[in-house]
Design a protein around this ligand. Sequence first.
Ligand SMILES: [Zn+2]
Length: 401
Amino acid sequence: MTERLYYSDSYTRKFAARVRERAALPDRHAVILDRTFFYPASGGQPSDLGMLNGVAVEEAVVRESDKAVLHFLARPLDTDSVEGEIDWPRRFDFMQQHTGQHILSQAFIRSAEALTVGFHLGAETTTIDLDTEKIAPSAIERAEQIANEAVAANYPVRAWFPTADELSRLTLRKTPDVDGPLRVVAIGEFDFNACGGTHVAHTAEVGPIKILKTEKQKKGARIEFVCGARAVSDYARKHAIVNQLANEFTCGQSEVIDSVARLRGETQSLRKELRAARDELLDYESARLSEAAAARNGLKVVRGVWPDRDLSELRGLANRLAASPGVVALLGSSGEKANVVFARAADSDRDMNALFQSAIGSLEGGRGGGSPSVAQGGGARATKEQIEAVLSQAERELLNH
Ligand SMILES: [Zn+2]
């Protein structure tokens, strides 16, 4: 078994140890030491990283069979006496997030009687899973406030293995099912919980605790939060965004939301106005096209091709044209995306879908369809001439019918 030095001291970064065993694994080198400060991945907290004799420790894990700590290495070690060094910024960050988690879990008991049933310390944020589905926004706010008050109170954090007698007098947040002695972490008189992780020595070291998100789970709620340096950089990032928005709107930071609402309102009414103006233009355009078209074989065929005109606008124009008796509209647009719409007046019996299907095949990637009265679709990039060819083929078919 490896002596886990971080149990009694989570601040030592450099240590000497001896290699007890070199684990023979097919594609990885691993060593077991007589003692270690490396925290192995467990209980929702990722493993420490660092160096052993200058060789990178890529991961530390517990070997289930005997609870020894396996240090996975980038390459083999050639001596048995090693100098270890913990990646301190990473470890201290984890200590902040993890201790923050203890505090926040206790805060949710106090604000919402919600018990923590899950914990995950991620690279960006940390989450706890609560056993309560509905937590009022005011209770979440209250929990954050209680947690930050516990930080400001600068409670001492103590981790130890109590005797059975001592343990019976402690009220733990949650009693886990573990074999052997139970390690207890006490945060002043604020919180007592069983835990094998690494923590700061005083709560002020946790720094600010900020809840970012609450998500409903199947049987509870997931709370996402950041502590310490993560909270400070999250604040800096968000401050920069709000600042930039305030500059864009030339307003104060507190007025940004009103400015966005105003802008949205304006956009909505402009869209409405634009739609009305476009409709009016289409009315004029269809009247002009209809007047210019001559009747042949009892049909008034209106043909037209425009560059880069979108399908809904072509469709709007075709519908207007087909509102007049005897009219068949054959419309298209060229460009990056080809669009084609065929529509006919209600007094005609010509099948627009059949006409469309026989014409669209000549366009690259051409497809679409519709009903006997209107059919539409398109294809890949097409020139004006290619669209013209599709429309004139359809017109020939119509008139020769
Ligand atoms: Zn802990």
